[in-house]
Design a protein around this ligand. Structure first.
Ligand SMILES: [Zn+2]
Ligand SMILES: [Zn+2]
Ligand SMILES: [Zn+2]
Ligand SMILES: [Zn+2]
Length: 109
């Protein structure tokens, strides 16, 4: 298990978990229509990716799955910057989690 959320807790001190959930309300910024990757299941609070960016642990998604490069990933959007993907991107199929090349490069330095 990757312990990536060790320092990030909800208001009740629960460790935030990697989630895959469509949300209509972000705990921090209000009404949204997006996927949440980060929240507290016990308290039923979830954050949009702008407020709590899902951390990328090397080449793995927050769920511990390896991200694989897909050369043609049109009609998807990057889960880190929300930009739509024009070419290739790194993807976890299981979590439907995509990281565009731009975000991937930033994270490497
Ligand atoms: Zn938010
Ligand atoms: Zn909680
Ligand atoms: Zn991106
Ligand atoms: Zn995954």
């Amino acid at each position: 298990m990757i312990n990536w959320a060790a320092n990030d807790v909800c208001q009740n001190d629960h460790k935030l978990q990697w989630v895959k959930k469509h949300i209509s309300k972000c705990t921090q910024c209000g009404p949204v229509d997006t996927m949440s990757r980060y929240g507290c299941v016990q308290c039923n609070i979830y954050y949009c990716v702008k407020c709590r960016q899902p951390p990328v642990m090397g080449e793995f998604c927050g769920g511990g799955h390896e991200l694989k490069y897909v050369p043609n990933l049109k009609y998807h959007s990057c889960d880190v910057c929300r930009a739509s993907i024009a070419g290739g991107a790194y993807r976890c199929q299981e979590c439907d989690y995509d990281v565009c090349e731009k975000c991937w490069i930033v994270k490497e330095d």
